[in-house]
Ligand binder design. Structure first.
Ligand SMILES: [Mg+2]
Length: 285
C-alpha cells in the first residue's frame, strides 16, 4: 500500500526513485518497530509481566512497589515510548540532511542503541560494575563489564530502524550522513571489540567512528561527551544527538553541540547530571 502511494512525479530519476523507495521502506520499518510488543521481542520478564497499577505518590514511592511497575512498563509501553521519542527525529533528519554538506548524527549506546534489559532485570535494577556475569545464576549479580564483554545486548528496535533510515538519506553534497557512537563505556581494546561486535550483530551496520571514554577521563560524563561532539563539529554539522540520559545531551558554554537532540525514556537507571534548570536548547523543537 505504501508503494502504491508514490506518485510517478516523485521519481525524477531511477536513483531518486530508489532513494524514495528506500525511505518508504525505512519509514515502514520504523512504524513496525513502534508497533512491536515486548512479548513479540521475547523479552525476559515479560512472559508473565506484573500487572500495571497506579502507584501512590503521596510519599516517596516504595521501591518494592516501584520495581515491578518498571518491569510492567518495560513489557508494555517502553518500546512504544522510545519510538515516539524518535518520531520527531525521523522527520527532522529527512528534512535537514539534504540541506547540509557534512551532516552527522551522534548516538549514545546503552539504552539508546542497545538494550541491557537482560542484565538490568537479572540484577533487579542493582548495578554491579565488576564480577562475572552468569544469567543462569539467579542469586548472583551480573557484573556490567563482563556483561558488556559478552556482546549479548539486544538492539532497541526503534533506534535501529531510525539508524537504518539515516543510512538511506543523502546530504546536500550527495554523501551519506556520518554516524558517530559516543559512549561512556571504557575505552580498552577488549571492550571496544565487544561493543563493535555487539552493534554489528544486532543490525547496526557501518559507522564513521565508535568513541569510547578514555580511562584517563575524569568528571561528569556530560563533559567528556560534549567534548567529543565539539571535536566532531570541527568537520561536521551534528544535526541530531540521540541519548537516554540528559548527560548524553548537555553541552557547555558554547552550546549543546548538536542542532537538535532527542531524549529517550529510561526509568531503569540514572547517570548524573540531570536536566539543567535552564533546560537545553537542543531539546526545543
Ligand atoms: Mg545510555
Amino acid at each position: 500500500m505504501l508503494v502504491g502511494k508514490i506518485s510517478a512525479a516523485a521519481f525524477g530519476s531511477r536513483r531518486a526513485g530508489l532513494a524514495a523507495l528506500m525511505r518508504l521502506v525505512a519509514a515502514a520499518l520504523l512504524a513496525l518497530a513502534a508497533a512491536a510488543t515486548a512479548h513479540a521481542e521475547n523479552v525476559v520478564g515479560c512472559q508473565k509481566p506484573p500487572a500495571k497499577h497506579a502507584v501512590d505518590t503521596r510519599w516517596p514511592i516504595n521501591i518494592g512497589v516501584l520495581a515491578p511497575q518498571l518491569v510492567a512498563y518495560r513489557c508494555s509501553d517502553y518500546i512504544k515510548d522510545v519510538a515516539a521519542a524518535l518520531a520527531g527525529a525521523h522527520d527532522w533528519i529527512e528534512r535537514r540532511a539534504p540541506q547540509v554538506d557534512k551532516p552527522a548524527i551522534v548516538f549514545d549506546i546503552d539504552e539508546t542503541s542497545l538494550s541491557n534489559w537482560a542484565e538490568i532485570y537479572h540484577n533487579h535494577f542493582v548495578f554491579a560494575a565488576s564480577g562475572p556475569c552468569n544469567l543462569a545464576a539467579a542469586h548472583r549479580l551480573c557484573g556490567d563489564r563482563a556483561w558488556e564483554l559478552s556482546a549479548r545486548a539486544d538492539a532497541l528496535a526503534p533506534t535501529r530502524a531510525f539508524y537504518r533510515l539515516a543510512g538511506t538519506l543523502r546530504a546536500k553534497d550527495g554523501h551519506r550522513i556520518a554516524i558517530f557512537f559516543v559512549t561512556g563505556r571504557v575505552n580498552d581494546p577488549a571492550l571496544r571489540d565487544a561493543t563493535a561486535r555487539n552493534l554489528r550483530k544486532v543490525g547496526y551496520g557501518s559507522w564513521k567512528k565508535l568513541i569510547l571514554r578514555p580511562r584517563s577521563s575524569r568528571g561528569a560524563v556530560s563533559i567528556y561527551k560534549s567534548g567529543e561532539r565539539k571535536k566532531i563539529e570541527r568537520r561536521y554539522t551534528i544535526i541530531a544527538n540521540i541519548g537516554d540520559q540528559y548527560s548524553d545531551l548537555i553541552g557547555d558554554s558554547d552550546g549543546d553541540h548538536a542542532e537538535r537532540c532527542f531524549k529517550l525514556p529510561n526509568p531503569f537507571y540514572f547517570i548524573p547530571p540531570g536536566l539543567p534548570e535552564a533546560g537545553l536548547k537542543c531539546l526545543a523543537h
